[in-house]
Ligand binder design. Structure first.
Ligand SMILES: NC(=O)c1ccc[n+]([C@@H]2O[C@H](COP(=O)([O-])OP(=O)(O)OC[C@H]3O[C@@H](n4cnc5c(N)ncnc54)[C@H](OP(=O)(O)O)[C@@H]3O)[C@@H](O)[C@H]2O)c1
Length: 274
């Protein structure tokens, strides 16, 4: 891995999180390159000592930068994946490992863009990667080599945990962990709102809710106990927590979560159809 030339095509929030994780792990800057749409974004990477080019100033930036790369990470928005693959097709090495981070773009669609490249990988990271605590799923084309899969797994391990899944699991996984930070932040938002409705100041509501969240997660991590067990410990029979859980169960909170997941999966399937 440390000798591989790594090129990021589209280096926005997700691409730069992975790029920075890679550099933080000691990967040599001279082996890393990046492209962006705007010159301003490209300059930011050049200021960091990374070779970077913008498509708004050099139209062929993607093919020029990816040409000699061993690992190519596609960090553009999903609607641009086919265009970028078309640009680099024929310009990159046959053994280059091509890793897409785009939601809804299948390995089959990728293969149509670069039919001569067997090492195709689809990934689904999440935004905690920005602080080195992401969860990334990796799915590989049946034509991909073990070395290609290992390289992709190692790359994302620089920004958190990585799991290998079959491609059919990517859509439900996108809803669970890809969109997961959305679930968590939404719950925190609602929780803080109801604390404020009870008369707490915004600042006190933040302290109460966020510290309850962080503290509970730390307890979960350090105790080694399962969430159900830890919950039982704060739920006295006929007590107040019991009433809260009964209310949630009565409203079928699990069913609501499940419906949210199903809606996200349907949307991912729509995106895949184009
Ligand atoms: N954010 C998430 O939670 C998340 C989670 C999982 C997967 N993803 C996937 O990750 C990918 C990137 O998402 P993001 O949130 O990082 O998006 P983003 O911040 O908007 O980054 C997109 C990057 O692509 C660049 N770009 C645009 N057109 C280009 C072109 N023709 N050639 C080369 N670069 C180009 C942009 O340049 P400028 O900087 O100049 O605009 C920017 O650097 C998406 O496919 C998304 O589905 C995102």
């Amino acid at each position: 891995m440390e000798k591989l030339r790594v090129c990021f095509l589209g280096t926005g929030s997700m691409g730069s999180a992975v790029l920075e994780g890679l550099l933080a792990s000691g990967h040599s800057k001279v082996l890393v390159s990046a492209t962006t749409r705007s010159e301003a974004s490209a300059k930011k990477f050049r200021d960091m000592g990374i070779s970077a080019m913008a498509t708004e100033t050099v139209e062929e930036a993607n093919q020029l930068m990816a040409g000699d790369a061993d690992l190519i990470i596609l960090g553009v928005k999903p609607y641009l994946i086919s265009q970028v693959l078309e640009e680099i097709q024929g310009e990159i090495g046959k053994n280059a490992v091509i890793i897409s981070m785009a939601g809804g773009i299948t390995l089959e669609t990728m293969a149509k863009g670069v039919p001569e490249n067997p090492n195709l990988i689809r990934s689904m990271p999440n935004t905690p990667a920005l602080v080195g605590m992401g969860v990334t799923a990796v799915a590989a084309a049946s034509t991909a080599s073990q070395a290609a899969i290992d390289a992709a797994m190692e790359l994302f391990s620089k920004v958190g945990e990585t799991i290998l899944v079959e491609e059919k699991m990517i859509n439900p996984l996108s809803a669970i962990s890809g969109s997961g930070p959305g679930w968590v932040f939404y719950i925190i938002e609602q929780w803080e709102k109801i604390a404020i409705e009870q008369g707490f100041s915004q600042s006190d509501a933040k302290t109460l809710v966020r510290n309850t969240f962080w503290g509970s997660l730390e307890l979960l991590k350090t105790s080694g106990e399962e969430p159900a067990e830890l919950r039982r410990k704060v739920t006295s029979p006929k007590g107040t927590t019991e009433r809260i859980i009964e209310t949630f169960d009565g409203a079928d909170l699990k069913g609501i979560f499940s419906a949210g997941l199903a809606a996200a999966v349907r949307r991912a399937e729509e995106i895949a159809k184009g």
